[in-house]
Design a protein around this ligand. Structure first.
Ligand SMILES: *Cc1c(COP(=O)(O)O)cnc(C)c1O
Length: 390
């Protein structure tokens, strides 16, 4: 009998450093428009190599503002991956534009690039991609399609802190990259997000949009309280408490990523020996994965037992998740608006209905991968003994 462990899927890695930084903010009395956000933006720009980084309220807000800044709205179409977080599509919907969903490729979970061009119409304005679970999308191919048809490219990088392709960080290939600092992501600010971009005008536009569309930042005003509004904007700012956490998290990020890569490698090597369990493909040369989690892909025989396997793992203290529970166009809101045709999304369905996400987070102890592997094996054996030989 091995002792039961408790391994949650995600756990924010916060320590005395974050507490101290938050205390300093509280003591300073400056809770917004301060130096902490500037420092966090500079650190994030430094890590990614981005010429411009703008801290915002969350990733959904980041994506929404990018589309608004690109001038996308009613009558426009945007190519959207079906296998992603609903926020990738919501951001398009919120502008009044029409989402055109594209299936995934089974090897990586990323958008099926082969299918994009046939879906481009005279109304198409942009292609959005998500670096699925941190695996870089083949951006040179996306950029070639975008250039050919004069389309903008928006990268959902919520799970792609540390994702690079040919040395270039995710978010710097397209026109903008949007990040999330929700508690279970690579780093957290409680809630938070960041837009990075190679375009100065786009970044400056987002800086205005995040603060009501005001012409002058608080610190630029000659007369306190005086400003004008040049356009419609949001209140999508990041506060100083979140930014202070972010600054401390950035110092720890290289260590977090190292731990994720190590956990992923260990888990992959043991889990792939289990019959009936498949995984996404490994990185090719030039691809750097952020290893958000480890996705188990169950064989067709095991797929019907996914929830039973998850339940068994939960009983044994192994937290799991699902990325994502439905292809976005199968979610009720989208299915009612767009009409869902399952035959268009076989790969996205296979990932949604047949995968289990295991944690490779930095909170795992170095021997946890063996425990997790043993429990996955037991769960599958246990099903085999109940349903007979596979
Ligand atoms: C988490 C996530 C989001 C949403 O991020 P928020 O910061 O919670 O708005 C968007 N896209 C993807 C791919 C995500 O995983």
């Amino acid at each position: 009998m091995t002792e039961l462990r408790n391994i949650p899927f995600g756990r924010p890695m916060l320590g005395e450093e974050e507490k101290k930084a938050i205390d300093d903010v509280l003591d300073s009395g400056i809770l917004a428009h301060g130096k902490r956000l500037e420092a966090f933006e500079a650190a994030f720009a430094g890590f990614t190599g981005a010429p411009h980084a703008v801290g915002v309220a969350n990733c959904t807000a980041a994506l929404h503002m990018v589309y608004v800044q690109l001038g996308i709205g009613p009558g426009d179409e945007v190519i959207v991956p079906a296998q992603t977080h609903t926020a990738t599509a919501h951001a398009v919907e919120l502008t009044g534009a029409w989402a055109v969903f594209v299936d995934a490729e089974l090897e990586t979970g990323n958008i099926a690039i082969d299918q994009i061009e046939s879906l481009i119409t005279p109304r198409t304005r942009a292609i959005s991609v998500v670096h699925f679970l941190g695996m870089p999308v083949d951006m040179p191919r996306i950029m070639a399609i975008a250039e050919k048809h004069s389309l903008a490219v928006v990268e959902d990088c919520a799970l792609a802190v540390g994702t690079r392709l040919d040395g270039k960080h995710a978010g710097l290939w397209g026109d903008a990259g949007c990040y999330s600092f929700y508690p279970v992501k690579h780093i957290t600010t409680g809630e938070g997000g960041m837009v990075i971009s190679k375009h100065q005008d786009l970044a400056e536009g987002i800086r205005k949009l995040r603060a009501f569309g005001m012409d002058k930042h608080v610190n630029e005003r000659k007369v306190a309280g005086m400003y004008d509004i040049q356009g419609l904007g949001f209140n999508y700012r990041m506060n100083e408490i979140s930014a202070a956490m972010g600054g401390e998290q950035m110092k720890k990020l290289p260590g977090f990523l190292e731990k994720r890569h190590e956990n992923h490698e260990n888990l992959k090597n043991t889990v792939k020996e289990i019959p009936g369990v498949l995984t996404f493909r490994d990185c090719k040369p030039g691809e750097e994965h952020s290893h958000y989690c480890f996705a188990l892909l169950l064989s067709p025989e095991l797929k019907p037992y996914r929830l039973k396997i998850k339940e068994y793992l939960k009983e044994k203290g192994v937290g799991t998740s699902i990325y994502y529970p439905n292809p976005v166009p199968r979610m009720q809101y989208y299915a009612e608006k767009y009409g869902y045709e399952p035959e268009l999304f076989p790969a996205a369905e296979q990932v949604s209905d047949g995968s289990i996400a295991l944690s490779v987070g930095p909170h795992l102890m170095s021997s946890d991968y063996q425990y997790v592997t043993d429990k996955v094996k037991e769960a599958i054996d246990c099903i085999a003994c109940k349903v007979g030989p596979r």
